[in-house]
Design a protein around this ligand. Structure first.
Ligand code: ATP
Ligand code: MG
Length: 346
């Protein structure tokens, strides 16, 4: 059996550096190792509509933004299939059958859904589609027989839910679906990158993002307004690293060579952290360093994005071709699923 990746993003905004370290960077690396037989990258517009039903225009416009971010980060259409979820109707059909294998109380216990319901003030009136999106995510993953799902830590409950559906389906109808494995970033700071406001997660919905396409000035301004250690007032005061967003970002983005380039007084991040804890290292110096690091990481992405932006019809063509390929794969899985359920009557 081959090794297959399925992952994706909701087109609810441009992609940010949390997406980058949480999932995108890993996808590009895995794409370039060549060890996967197929890589499917989905723009989850149908899922985005589950909490943006009254704003389809926002979702529509962000499809191209997300596609540009993908290409800018180095996903290549020759190696990875980029496609749009809503163009694969087979996913709805699979979801419909999987719904019978999941209970309402099981969905209610999903911690990510719980948090998201709170964030969106949906407590009193949850759209049914939003409530059941973990099931549709199981359809997305299993339609492509994905073995590997590289995502951030917030997706753990979704993967658990998918595995349960796979087991249930296979035990009721016979071995048909493939159980996927989650692939989290090795680096803990990347699993759930906090927002620039220090909040638990950088998220489009929370307005605390550094976007991959932000201009240098905007990145700088966001870095300089970032949360550090509130008790570190004077330069000579000892500083804390826990909950210090600037250091979390350095954990996520810093490469050893950046010290030589931007901060030659220190050999590595451990040395910088030691000095901060001891006292005598000001926040401004650390922020200036983080700004240089982020600018170095984002510059090539921004440049590539601008190139692709000149040819939007070409980007749509990539998505069209990718969607056609994705549909043919999903259709084959659906045939197998219906065969296993013995509902292929004619
Ligand atoms: P929304 O607010 O619309 O849900 P989002 O910013 O949470 O947007 P998603 O499209 O839900 O983004 O997530 C896409 C992928 O990026 C998922 O794999 C998710 O785990 C990962 N991801 C999102 N935010 C972060 C983050 N702050 N740190 C690490 N990974 C993240
Ligand atoms: Mg999300």
């Amino acid at each position: 059996m081959g090794k297959i990746i399925l992952t994706g993003d909701r087109p609810t905004g441009r992609l940010h550096v949390g997406h980058y370290v949480g999932s995108l960077k890993r996808r590009v690396e895995l794409q370039n190792t060549g060890e996967f037989d197929d890589i499917f990258i989905m723009i989850a517009d149908a899922q985005a509509l589950t909490d943006n039903a009254d704003n389809p225009e926002k979702v529509r416009q962000n499809i191209i933004e997300v596609a540009l971010d993908y290409l800018a980060c180095g996903l290549e259409p020759e190696k990875s299939t980029l496609f749009i979820q809503s163009q694969i109707p087979e996913l709805c059909e699979l979801s419909f059958y999987y719904m019978n294998l999941v209970t309402v109380s099981r969905l209610q216990r999903n911690p990510t859904v719980k948090t998201e319901i709170q964030m969106r003030n949906f407590e009193a009136s949850i759209p049914v589609g939003f409530f059941t999106y973990p099931i549709s995510q199981a359809a997305d993953i299993t339609a492509f027989k994905a073995t590997t799902v590289p995502v951030g830590e917030d997706q753990l409950p979704m993967l658990e839910q998918t595995k349960e559906i796979v087991r249930k389906f296979n035990s009721v109808y016979g071995e048909t679906l493939v159980e996927p494995e989650i692939l989290l970033p090795d680096n803990e700071a990347c699993q759930r990158l906090p927002g620039t406001d220090g909040k638990a997660k950088m998220s489009k919905s929370l307005n605390n993002c550094i976007y991959l396409s932000d201009e240098p000035d905007s990145v700088k301004q966001k870095v300089f307004s970032m949360f550090t250690d509130p008790t570190h007032i004077r330069v000579e005061d000892p500083g804390k690293l826990e909950g210090n967003t600037v250091f979390t970002y350095l954990d996520a983005f810093c490469r050893p060579e950046y010290f030589e380039e931007f901060l030659p007084d220190y050999k590595n991040l451990d040395e910088l952290k030691e000095h901060y804890k001891r006292g005598g290292l000001g926040d401004m110096k650390v922020k200036r360093f983080l700004n240089s690091v982020l600018q170095a990481e984002l510059e090539p992405i921004r440049k590539r994005r601008k190139e692709y932006q000149k040819n939007i019809p070409y980007v749509y063509e990539i998505l069209k071709k990718g969607s056609e390929k994705a549909e043919s794969v999903a259709a084959e899985t659906l045939r197998e699923v219906k065969g296993a359920m013995k509902i292929n009557y004619f």
